[in-house]
Design a protein around this ligand. Structure first.
Ligand code: CA
Length: 728
């Protein structure tokens, strides 16, 4: 009943009783109803509603594109905006409307959520910002105070890919594994839960939660550290745990959590549970509201080397698989394993997209993915049936997929139980977490792809499990980076980052836009016929979705990894993206990262654009060249010590400070360390002297002698590169 209907009915009642002795009571009641109606209408009309995301609203998101309500924009995960004010013919008028500088300067991967003029976006260290989406003004911020010491428990920077918003709450996952519900209007904490089952192991969260009709689902990271993968579902309203789905089996001496785990355990050998087994759901999930199914993208096996994890082989379910479970119970429905017995870090965690495709004259409800292993998969999302797959980059790990089942034939020599193996793609993948986009106008999926060369895998003969260490059981000597500028430059020429426009029905490439360097941003498709994507060399660009022709660009002063979104306020369309260089490639591939950016630093910011805006960024800057080493080498720094330090550095330090001790511009370049750093080396490295700044303590991973050999290697590299620079 609307307020006016209620008033009308009450008037009729009032007329009926006006002769009766209850006249005054009726009059009072009438006044009360009228007053309540006025307040109700006033609240509906004038007071802003915060975080008003409902199941009905998300279902209607495709018809009403003015908001960006979910991580990928809608329930289909299309990364598509139906707004068309900004289009191919006027995009050159697009300018900076506002920018908002974040409080941190590490990698930024978040996709903002925008609801009724309010933007919710995360920076590194899980910092959350609620912004006026028209001006960028901060409404409130929230710092979950992730301990700096937690940083080295993640493989790939202290990143966050964003939040979920539902019925007045913002759901914030934190890097140290909590899930916090905040009041969308005030930022006050409503509930907080610990999602981690075993705090003695290195679990993290970097992914955004999935919210499926009131059920919030979150997975964890840690596949390289030796954890057991799972996702947990909570009631958004209360934080009460609804179910938990494990992706790999636990110790078979204890009861299995589900029939699915009993089934999965038959595909494992040895004592896998001691090492965790892997299978973390660290990035993409999806929800089909008609089937009421949730889809999980499951990560690599852990440790990587299958001969350690599951000696004698086996498929090792559900590593490298897409798994469908029921929303209400978490009960297993189907799975499709892309890489049986994975041992190359081939995650199936990448962007899951739900598309209804016309295949052989039949409309099929499909789920599509371009995972790390280099194939574009199309599956039936009701049954998990394999429909088709085709490689979108060169691959050597398989000789081909079975056309009926999609099961790959593993190439001879790709496994490394008996000796080193060289494969394409490497562990960074052919496509990582960067969101794809789909345009219903073109019918194409846009894949931010990577071609980073072959990787050499060999089992580490000295591997011993340490719960807080990296536990991949491969020989890190093969992952050492080149130490001369000449070799680095030669390799950099061969590395590619493309945006591939892919026809998911015909399974073929339609066009490809080659970027200047790898590790570019996620994509956004719009009804204006445009694809927006950030680049590693510090730009946001727009391409014609049909042709791949570049039609616009803006210099962002820092590398862009995250995906843009679009929304509308008062009839004006906005494009917004969170920028800030870093993450796996920006940190570990330091020398190549510098080549990609041309020496741009991390500047963590939200940039927002609209037509005819004239905004300017403050002046940017470039990373200064490496100075002369501040400390001399001495007798202790023998070639043997340096060699030992190189291996330990590659294993323990390179993931953040950069391969070959070259920083990619985010964290301090250790070659530039001053005398005080060298004097306090062991206090910093072993005892956590700089924990507050995110430099963890490594006493449980390294001895004093090992820390000293790492110092020797860093010093060696400082003198080596300085000498090389002087000769040029
Ligand atoms: Ca991994």
């Amino acid at each position: 009943m609307t307020p006016s209907e209620a008033i009308g009915r009450l008037l009729r009642v009032a007329r009926g009783v006006s002769q009766a002795k209850h006249f005054w009571f009726a009059t009072f009641a009438l006044c009360a109803i009228v007053l309540a109606s006025v307040v109700y209408v006033g609240v509906r009309t004038h007071a802003p509603r915060y975080g008003d995301v409902t199941h009905e609203r998300v279902l209607a998101a495709e018809r009403n594109p003015r908001q960006w309500l979910t991580h990928y924009g809608d329930y289909r995960n299309r990364q598509y905006s139906g707004l068309e004010e900004i289009n191919v013919s006027n995009v050159e008028r697009l300018g900076l409307a506002w920018s908002m500088d974040m409080d941190t300067n590490r990698g930024v991967e978040a996709t903002p959520i925008v609801v009724d003029g309010v933007m919710y976006v995360t920076g590194s260290w899980s910092h959350l910002y609620a912004l006026d989406a028209r001006t960028g003004e901060r409404l409130w911020t929230y710092d979950p105070e992730v301990p700096g010491a937690y940083g080295p428990r993640g493989c790939c920077d202290v990143v966050s890919r964003g939040v979920g918003v539902w019925r007045g709450k913002v759901l914030l996952p934190t890097f140290d594994g909590r899930l916090i519900a905040l009041d969308a209007r005030t930022g006050a904490v409503i509930w907080s839960v610990d999602t981690i089952i075993d705090r003695s192991r290195a679990y993290t969260i970097t992914g955004a939660p999935l919210i499926a009709n009131g059920v919030v689902v979150i997975g964890n990271g840690g596949g390289e550290f030796g954890v057991r993968g799972y996702v947990t579902a909570y009631d958004v309203e209360t934080g009460r745990q609804l179910w938990r789905f494990f992706t790999v089996p636990g110790d078979p001496a204890r009861p299995f959590e589900s029939e699915a785990m009993e089934m999965a355990a038959r595909t494992w050998n040895g004592e896998w549970w001691r090492y965790g087994g892997g299978g973390t759901v660290w990035d993409s999930m999806a929800y089909d509201p008609e089937l009421d199914l949730i889809y999980l993208g499951v990560g690599n096996g852990g440790p990587w080397a299958q001969s350690v994890r599951s000696p004698g082989g086996g498929d090792n379910l559900f590593v490298s698989s897409i798994v469908a479970v029921r929303r209400t119970t978490g009960e297993y429905v189907w799975h499709f394993q892309q890489v049986p017995g994975d041992e190359w870090d081939y995650t199936a965690t990448q962007h899951l997209m739900l598309l209804d495709l016309n295949i052989d004259g039949e409309l099929r409800r499909t789920i599509v993915q371009a995972p790390k292993n280099g194939f574009f998969y199309v599956l039936d999302r009701e049954t998990g049936e394999f429909i088709s797959a085709r490689n979108y980059v060169p691959v050597t790990w398989t000789t081909g997929l079975d056309p009926e089942s999609g099961r790959p034939a593993i190439a001879e020599g790709a496994r490394y139980a008996d000796g080193p193996a060289t494969v394409l793609p490497g562990p960074t993948g052919a496509h990582n977490w960067h969101p794809m986009a789909f345009s219903p106008q073109t019918g194409l999926v846009y894949i931010p792809s990577l071609e980073l060369g072959e990787a050499v895998f060999a089992r580490d003969p000295a591997f011993a499990y340490n719960p807080l260490d990296v536990n991949v059981a491969v020989d890190f000597a093969n992952f050492a980076y080149p130490e001369t500028q000449e070799t680095t430059s030669a390799i950099a020429q061969t590395l590619r980052g493309d945006l591939i426009a892919w026809d998911p029905v015909a399974q073929r490439e339609v066009w490809r836009f080659r970027h200047r360097a790898p590790w570019n941003g996620g994509a956004l498709a719009t009804a204006g016929g445009l694809i927006f994507q950030g680049t590693s060399d510090g730009r946001l660009i727009a391409l014609n979705a049909r042709t791949g022709e570049q039609v616009w660009e803006f210099f962002s002063q820092t590398g862009v990894m995250a995906a843009p979104v679009s929304y509308e306020i008062d009839g004006e369309q906005y494009i917004s993206v969170a920028v800030g260089w870093g993450a796996h490639y920006g940190l570990e591939w330091g020398a190549f990262a510098l080549e990609a950016t041309g020496g741009l630093p991390n500047i963590s910011r939200v940039l927002t654009f609209k037509l005819d805006a004239q905004g300017q960024l403050p002046p940017g800057w470039r990373i200064p060249p490496q100075p002369r080493p501040a400390v001399a080498m001495d007798d202790r720094h023998t070639a043997e010590t340096v060699a030992r330090g190189r291996l330990l550095y590659t294993r323990n330090c390179a993931a953040c400070h950069g391969g070959a001790a070259i920083s990619g511009g985010v964290l301090p370049d250790l070659r530039n360390a001053g005398p005080s750093v060298h004097e306090n080396w062991n206090a910093i490295v072993l005892d956590g002297m700089l924990e507050d700044r995110g430099m963890g303590r490594f006493a449980d991973r390294l001895s004093a002698a090992e820390a000293e050999s790492i110092r020797a290697y860093v010093l060696f590299r400082a003198h080596q590169t300085w000498g090389e620079a002087q000769r040029r």
